[in-house]
Design a protein around this ligand. Sequence first.
Ligand code: ZN
Ligand code: ZN
Length: 378
Amino acid sequence: MAGKNDLKMILASEGVKYLESASEKVPWSAIDGKTICLFFSASWCKPCRAFTPDLVTLYNFVKDKGENLEVILVSNDRDETSYREHLKTMPWLAIPFNLNRYKRLVRLFNIDHIPALISPSSEGNSVDNDVVGMVEDYGADAFPFTTKRIRELKAMDERKQRGGVIEDLLAHSGRDYVISKDGRKILVSDLKGKTIGLYFGAHWCPPARNFTRQLNEAYTELVTILNQPFEVIFVSTDRDQEEFISNLSNMPWKAIPYEDKTRKDLKRIFNIKGIPTLILIGPDGKIIGSNGRAIISMYGAMAFPFTETRIAEIEDALREEGERLPSKVQDPKHIHELKLDMAKGYICDACRKQGRFWTFSCTVCDYDLHPTCVEETF
Ligand SMILES: [Zn+2]
Ligand SMILES: [Zn+2]
């Protein structure tokens, strides 16, 4: 990997005599003393088009802060015309268009995919090839892209993940509230001392829609009826603001505003790989577990406050109940023998009411009885 002092030399030996912006030629002296990033990109490349606005935001933010950053486009566009159009979308500089030179630079800097953003001036080479991911993950905070900076950011993530201070996790210097569906702002500090579920979901995802209903049931029972110290914060992965608003309109709990970067931060901090996911956080701000979805869909409101102790209590009680029941019964209401079984949910064929967990179930047809609705004395 080439170092800071080599960059100009390398480009000079590649025949680059000057740089250019969208509107004019720019002399080499324009980048003296600056942190330089080479940006390998092409307008035909969809990930490049998706990444460029992130980089523009970072570039403007960092420049406004008075940092000496310069980005130099190394274009892989099809021709000079598309290169010119491409450069117009960027506030930074470029190396004059030359595809043969592009190929040589790609080899020289070990670029195996675009977009690639490398900062040959970064101390330590380990992050040099990963700056795109760093910018995608951390936005403007990624600057100046050094190994030291990535270590700091990761340490910050880990500290937030370990938890303890709910404001660190859910708020930042520009926002100290979460929102409700009617547009109310609720201070994050008011959530202190509550058990919190961070709900990662989206309306386009059928399992998430299904889980929203289950969570809604548990939430209503816990918060509206029993007045328990529980709150859910929706972290949307809806496709756009409109979908988010319509999704939130079915939720009685709170949400991180759609446009806020915390949504992305929370996904990264808790390493969210799929939705729906419910991360449970205790009243002390520390994580209880990431299996909230399974707990809620299995036990609903009775699992509150979702601690290991509470779950063990429920499971022990269920086991004891099961041990008291016979493994088979013959009930006069049904022709076949019924076997003791465990089900997440069923409708009892005697009383027509919902049942959960233990059931006497027919193995031949779809027939269930509450243990209490079995008439046969065992
Ligand atoms: Zn029944
Ligand atoms: Zn049957």
